[in-house]
Design a protein around this ligand. Structure first.
Ligand code: SAM
Length: 224
C-alpha cells in the first residue's frame, strides 16, 4: 500500500535530502517519513509526536506500511527525545509560534542539523525573522496551493547568514527572487481581495489610505 501525501506535504518532502536521517516533528500519522522511505529517498526516520493519540497513529501507519525497520515513532515534546543521529528535521502543519517554541527550546540540537525544513500554516514572516536574527541561512523557499489555501515552506541551515531586509522577512528572499507562478497568483489574489474592499469604501474612510498603500506595496513586490 502506497502513502498518499497532500500537495502541501509533497512540497515539504521535496526538500529532504536523499539519505538524510530525518526527524519529522509533529508527525501525526507519520505520513511524511513513511512516504520518503517508500520512495527510497531515505532509509531511516523518526516520527516525533507530543500527544499519545497521534503517536499511536504513527505506530499504526508504520505497521500498516510494514516500515518498522525504517520509521521509528517517538513520543517527544519537540526535539526533546529526538536521537542525535538525526541529520535533518521537518516541522509542518503547525502555527509559527509553536514551531518557534520547538526550535528555541533546543538551540544546540537545531545547530546540529544539516537542514531544517519548516512549513507554518501562517506567519511565516516570524520564522524568517527568527532565522535572520540568529544569523542563519535560508537555503530555499517554496509556496504551494493546496485545497484552497496557500502554504509557504522555508528551508534553512545554521551556517552564518546575513540579516534579511524587511521585505525579505515579510515575503521571503528566495520567493521574492524566484517569482514563481504560485507566488504571483497568491499576491494577485491578495491584491484583488484588498481592491474589492477598497471599491466599497469612500476615500475619506479611515482605512482607505492604509489599504491603498498596502495594495501599492504588494504590487511593487511583483516583478511581472
Ligand atoms: N506534520 C503533519 C502535517 O503537516 O500534516 C501533521 C500536522 S498536525 C496539524 C500537528 C501535529 O503536531 C499534531 O499531531 C500535534 O500533536 C503535533 N505537535 C504539536 N506540538 C508539538 C510538539 N511540541 N512536539 C511534537 N509534536 C507536536
Amino acid at each position: 500500500m502506497k502513502v498518499h501525501l497532500t500537495k502541501r506535504l509533497e512540497e515539504v518532502a521535496k526538500f529532504v535530502s536523499n539519505d538524510a536521517i530525518l526527524a519529522d516533528i509533529g508527525s501525526d500519522h507519520a505520513f511524511l517519513p513513511c512516504y520518503l522511505v517508500q520512495e527510497k529517498r531515505i532509509s531511516k526516520a523518526y516520527a516525533g509526536e507530543v500527544i499519545v493519540g497521534p503517536y499511536n497513529q504513527s505506530k499504526k501507519s508504520v505497521e500498516e506500511y510494514s516500515l518498522q525497520d525504517y520509521v521509528f515513532p517517538i513520543l517527544s515534546d519537540g526535539l526533546e527525545n529526538i536521537p542525535n543521529d538525526t541529520t535533518e528535521i521537518t516541522i509542518a502543519g503547525m502555527g509559527a509560534y509553536t514551531i518557534l517554541e520547538i526550535l528555541n527550546a533546543y538551540p544546540d540540537k537545531v545547530k546540529s542539523y544539516n537542514k531544517i525544513i519548516l512549513q507554518a500554516n501562517s506567519h511565516m514572516e516570524l520564522i524568517r525573522e527568527y532565522i535572520s536574527n540568529a544569523n542563519y541561512s535560508i537555503i530555499d523557499e517554496s509556496i504551494v496551493y493546496d485545497k484552497g489555501k496557500y502554504y509557504e515552506i522555508c528551508v534553512f541551515n545554521t551556517n552564518m547568514g546575513r540579516k534579511l531586509s524587511e521585505d525579505e522577512i515579510l515575503y521571503g528572499p528566495v520567493l521574492l527572487d524566484k517569482q514563481s507562478d504560485t507566488f504571483i497568483k497568491y499576491y494577485e489574489y491578495l491584491i484583488n481581495l484588498k481592491e474589492n474592499v477598497l471599491t466599497n469604501l469612500n476615500s475619506d474612510h479611515s482605512k482607505y489610505a492604509s489599504l491603498t498603500s498596502e495594495i501599492q506595496k504588494l504590487r511593487s513586490i511583483l516583478k511581472r
